[in-house]
Design a protein around this ligand. Structure first.
Ligand SMILES: [Zn+2]
Ligand SMILES: [Zn+2]
Length: 291
């Protein structure tokens, strides 16, 4: 997608030389840093020294408190506190089924930018397919099939005895020898000889998720670069969609998007942009042509 500058075009970098705190222990700085540094002229700095797993894990040993946005906010604030920097960024993922058919695993990545000096909070997102899955089996051949479908070994796995709640898990399994050993050990520990395998959803263990995080960072950089025409605040972005694009066959309004309203997160300014591409809706979406 090309960069969209909805508000005032920006000849100069938005945050030249400013240091941005990014608290992560799962390698997210590798994709978030380059995207934002290039787009904003800032310097994303990796902050360590706090175990972000204490705020929730995908392996259920520590449940996440609150919403995805609240979890990201806690991480961003912790990163700013540890580094003493006034701008912080954090990302948080969640998993569901796809919004189209509700049949496939789906990943939603949220990324949050907090600028305490300007009193701004900008939220961006990306979503897409993922390999999120699990299997309970006593059979190594079945486990191997599951691993192949899960894009192992590029995508790592977690193995434990008996079921999803067993605390004796091994994360980050990343080669076949390791996986087979972990499978045998879990099977020996299990009363029923059953092994629970699941995809490791930490960013560093899952290249598909890492790419979705990169796309969320791209979305964030576009939102930050779009300034309000009224007050020049970053984050001037879409707040509402207006349906009613006319049908190309009969001319009646359809449910397709006709215009988008952009709004400022700092002042009251809003503006409506009519969409011109496509100029008319496909009759498939028309109540009259395709009831
Ligand atoms: Zn029509
Ligand atoms: Zn404004």
């Amino acid at each position: 997608m090309p960069a969209i500058h909805v508000g005032t075009p920006m000849p100069l970098p938005m945050y030249p030389g400013e240091r941005i705190a990014l608290l992560t222990q799962h390698g997210k700085e590798r994709v978030i840093g380059p995207v934002l540094d290039d787009a904003l002229g800032c310097r994303v700095e990796h902050v360590a020294g706090y175990d972000t797993d204490l705020l929730g894990t995908f392996t259920r040993d520590i449940p996440r408190a609150g919403t995805q946005l609240e979890a990201a906010r806690r991480k961003a604030q912790m990163g700013m506190k540890l580094s003493g920097l006034p701008i912080g960024i954090a990302s948080e993922g969640s998993f569901a089924t796809d919004p189209y058919l509700g049949m496939f695993p789906w990943n939603i990545e949220l990324i949050l930018w907090i600028d305490t000096g300007r009193e701004l909070e900008i939220v961006a997102m990306a979503q897409g397919k993922t390999n999120f899955s699990h299997l309970l089996t006593a059979d190594w051949a079945e486990a191997r099939g599951f691993a192949c479908r899960s894009k192992f070994p590029d995508h790592h796995l977690v193995v434990r005895p008996d079921g999803e709640q067993d605390p004796a898990f091994r994360k980050g399994l990343s080669n076949w020898t390791e996986l087979e050993l972990a499978f045998s050990a879990a099977q020996a520990q299990s009363g029923e000889g059953q092994v629970f395998l699941e995809t490791d959803m930490r960013a560093c263990a899952n290249p598909t998720r890492m790419e979705t995080i990169r796309l969320a960072a791209e979305d964030l950089s576009q939102r930050i670069r779009s300034r309000c025409p009224e007050c020049a605040s970053p984050g001037f972005w879409k707040v509402e969609r207006i349906s009613g694009l006319k049908c190309s066959s009969c001319g009646e309004p359809t449910s397709e998007t006709r215009a988008v309203i952009y709004g400022c997160i700092n002042c009251e300014y809003r503006c409506t942009r009519e969409l011109t591409d496509p100029p008319r809706a496909d009759p498939r979406f028309c109540e009259y042509c395709n009831p």
